[in-house]
Design a protein around this ligand. Structure first.
Ligand code: PLP
Length: 414
């Protein structure tokens, strides 16, 4: 159990979710069935996609999306170094090579200029040790860090220019939207923003099913491949076989995986989905409060905002101005925890993990922005159930750690 006065995250689950779970259990059908179907249909319509396939994690959705789009061994995929393990691990599941791309220092989102640079260095045989020059780069995997969307039009034209498929890791980006300018219409994450977009319903995500994920696409064949591969590569699922309308027989069309979501999880998801925008607005309120309460603290930089983005506010990342502090990021996090504030850091970039360093020879200087930014990043608590006292406590603790360890202040005292 968390000993923090304010935990990093607490899910917002109410009676409706509990009653739906009980209803599912009492119904006698607890694995993938009618509730998963309903969750898929309602989710597809919430993001503006024609097809949605529910699975048991975003990792599974990303894996199946790459597989369905034909990514395989001998190919390379552009992946931001500033992301969670899953985005690159799924590339390795298929034997393909993740080519890591640096981030933009304001948002920590992938920098497309660096993506272009990495492509040319790869072509010149200068980037990754031992990687054949003729290795084809087949896809790009944008991540909208914290729920702040990238410029989708720029990704689209970059992908078209280089013949890449786009598999969007939207783990943080539901509900998020962007528009190119104030006079242009909003486009939701998942609304034709990629060939396939994948979402996470992990415990601390913007909506949760405990564990869970969704792949959305407008491509019928891709959706059908993902669906079949999520359940052993069968021609039809158990619901189809055992329900009155179904046929008992099935055929194995490929050696698939076991990634299906249960009706128990979907029961939670249906009600989380119905209040997704309400919960987003509650997190937006938290972000607004932090902005006001922390605005004058010179030791911290606040996250970027943009009137052409609807931000899901999955994360509220602050960046420390280390030149103004006498402690480093890890020490700062310790002080927050001592003050009863749960916090996290997103993320140690992939190129600074032993597997990627040792397997592909990545060095800190290959992705200098991410190397520098992660050393000063801290994510503060942000979740719908936070009350005024929680918010005051977090802001007060950040302020007092800064005051106690400010170089500028200490210098003034001498
Ligand atoms: C950016 C990103 N992608 C993918 C995932 C994987 O999600 P899941 O736990 O649902 O597999 C996460 C989880 O934290 C994430 O942050």
């Amino acid at each position: 159990m968390s000993t923090n006065q304010v935990p990093f995250f607490r899910p917002y689950i109410e009676e409706l979710e509990l009653n739906e779970v009980l209803d599912t259990i009492h119904s006698g059908w607890i694995t993938s069935g009618a509730k998963v179907k309903r969750f898929e249909q309602e989710f597809a319509s919430a993001v503006g996609a024609s097809r949605a396939v529910a699975v048991n994690s975003c990792t599974a959705a990303l894996h199946l999306a790459l597989e369905a789009l034909g990514v395989n061994s001998g190919q390379a995929v552009l992946v931001p170094t500033m992301t969670f393990a899953a985005t690159a691990a799924v590339v390795r599941y298929l034997g393909a090579i993740p080519v890591l791309v640096d981030c933009d220092p304001l948002t920590n989102n992938m920098n497309l200029l660096d993506a272009s640079l990495k492509l040319s260095r790869l072509r010149d045989g200068k980037l990754l040790k031992g990687l054949p020059r003729e290795t084809a780069v087949s896809a790009i995997m944008p991540v909208h860090v914290g729920g702040m969307m990238m410029d989708v039009r720029a990704i689209d034209s970059f992908a078209s220019d280089h013949g890449l498929r786009v598999i969007e890791d939207g783990a943080h980006a539901f509900p998020s939207a962007w528009r190119p300018g104030p006079d242009e219409p909003w486009q939701r994450c998942g609304e034709r923003t990629a060939h396939v977009t994948c979402f996470s319903f992990y415990a601390n995500k913007t909506i949760t099913t405990g564990e869970g994920g969704m792949a959305v696409t407008d491509n019928v064949e891709v959706a059908e491949r993902i669906r079949s591969m999520s359940l052993h590569g069968l021609s039809q699922n158990a619901w189809g076989r055992y329900s009155n309308a179904g046929n008992w027989d099935y055929k194995i069309v490929a050696p698939g995986y076991k990634y299906n979501l249960t009706d128990i999880a979907a029961a939670i998801g249906i009600h989380q989905l119905a209040k997704a925008e309400k919960m987003r607005q509650m997190r937006e309120g938290v972000a607004r409060h932090y902005r006001e309460a922390l605005a004058d603290i010179e030791e911290v930089e606040l996250p970027a905002d943009d009137s052409n983005r609807i931000h899901s506010w999955h994360l509220f990342p602050i960046k420390l101005r280390l030149d103004r502090l006498s402690i480093n990021r890890n020490e700062f996090m310790e002080k927050l925890k001592e003050g009863g504030v749960g916090c996290s850091a997103h993320w140690r970039p992939l190129h600074l993990h032993p597997y990627y360093e040792e397997t592909f020879g990545w060095r800190p200087e290959d992705l200098p922005v991410a190397t520098a930014e992660w050393k000063r990043s801290i994510s503060l608590p942000i979740f719908p159930g936070m009350n005024g006292e929680d918010l005051e406590h977090v802001a007060h603790t950040v302020r007092s750690v800064c005051a106690r360890h400010s170089r500028v202040y200490a210098a003034g005292l001498l």
